[in-house]
Ligand binder design. Structure first.
Ligand code: NAD
Length: 355
């Protein structure tokens, strides 16, 4: 029997509800795949601040580093919005990613056949979309120095070193090897010096992956192409700020924010989490869609633990639940046969995944 230790960070708002459903599904696949998961809970976000005075207690980092992977819900809420910046839940999350050293953010955007009508784009444009944004997460303009402001000027610096570009490029090419073997690297090399280095280094790294087809695209064109013809993309490789924007744009292709998972990897321990926030407006009502978190658990099995068979079972179970017309409230208007609660959706997917 294979044994793994998972750190669970439920967080705030709907975080605990959606993580509970992901655990239900993990336990279901474990029972049929000869796997044993043990879980250790850790605090982060507003709930951590309330108890310890710190949105990221040291204990949470310790628990995470002692596990095989971290499954994360969501953090934040109005209650903590007026705290000083370093005490806010979001600061805890940024610090957490930096401390673990997870430099690559993987965000798949998949349009499920049954939900083509849920997209704001025409079904014929989004049908069959299956792309992955690989975004550099701990460098670029969000972290570059110098930065600052005075009364009349504000400034940030976009810096990438060769080493930072090399490691994120490898991540993108490795993922492309498991998919359709195409990488489109996004930059602004016509204007930015940092992008010229980015393009040069990505092109060098590509030589180590002769089977992968590399193309380059300016970020403004990429924003347009994602809406015009998203099926042209397989892996999109981006820096931090470009990926932040493009991955949100890509997420809308699928129709609901409640469907999309993500993984932050590159370090010894990866963090697997839905792309949405803590949705305080629906917390505690049992109507949150748990699919993004369940799909994040599937990414955790695939990328952190190498359990692709179990991950396939979960992905298949999600598809089957949607195909059979089960919908949480956010998707109720799209061919729902039955509208179910957060916990019912988790149980349906767990049941299918166990087969
Ligand atoms: P949000 O993603 O929490 O919610 C946006 C909208 O989408 C809301 O109407 C919400 O009800 C809906 N929604 C989100 N997840 C859903 C789900 N699983 N099922 C059904 N509907 C869902 O974004 P927001 O409202 O801008 O932010 C709320 C809080 O979350 C803020 O404090 C913000 O800072 C925080 N936040 C946290 C993370 C994170 O933990 N990684 C990410 C983004 C925002």
């Amino acid at each position: 029997m294979k044994r793994y230790k998972i750190a669970l960070i439920k967080g705030d708002g709907i975080g605990p509800e959606i993580i509970d459903e992901a655990v239900k599904v993990l336990d279901a696949v474990a029972s049929c795949c000869d796997i044993d998961f043990s879980y250790e809970e850790a605090l982060m976000g507003g709930c951590a601040y309330d108890i310890t005075g710190d949105p990221l207690p040291q204990e949470t980092i310790k628990i995470s580093l002692n596990s095989d992977a971290v499954l994360f819900g969501a953090i934040g809420g109005e209650k903590w919005d007026n705290l000083p910046r370093e005490k806010r839940p979001e600061s805890g999350l940024l610090r957490f990613r930096k401390e673990l050293g997870v430099y690559a953010n993987l965000r798949p955007a998949v349009v499920y056949d049954e939900l083509v009508n849920a997209s704001s784009l025409k079904p014929e444009v989004v049908e069959g979309v299956d792309l992955m944004v690989v975004r550099e997460l701990i460098g670029g303009i969000y972290f570059g120095e110098p930065k600052g402001r005075d009364e009349n000027r504000g400034w940030n610096t976009m810096v990438y070193t060769r080493e930072e570009i090399v490691r994120i490029a490898h991540e993108a090419f490795k993922i492309a090897m498991t998919r359709s073997k195409r990488v489109c690297s996004i930059d602004k090399a016509n204007v930015l010096d940092v992008s010229q280095l980015w393009r040069e280094v990505v092109t060098e790294v590509a030589k180590e992956y002769p089977e992968v087809e590399l193309s380059h695209m300016y970020v403004d064109n990429a924003a347009m192409q994602l809406i015009r013809d998203p099926r042209q993309f397989d892996v999109m490789l981006t820096g931090n700020i470009f990926g932040d924007i493009l991955s949100d744009e890509a997420s809308m292709l699928s129709g609901s924010i409640g469907l999309l998972p993500s993984a932050s990897v590159g370090a010894k321990i990866g963090v697997y989490e839905p792309i949405h926030g803590s949705a305080p407006d629906i917390a505690g009502q049992g109507i949150a869609n748990p699919i993004a978190t369940i799909a994040s658990a599937s990414m955790m099995l695939r990328y952190a633990l190498g359990l692709s068979e179990a991950a396939d079972k979960i992905d298949g179970a999600i598809k089957r639940a949607l195909k059979e017309g089960y919908r949480t409230k956010d998707l109720a208007q799209y061919d729902a046969k039955e509208v179910c609660s957060t916990s019912e959706m988790g149980s349906i997917i767990a049941n299918y995944a166990a087969k």
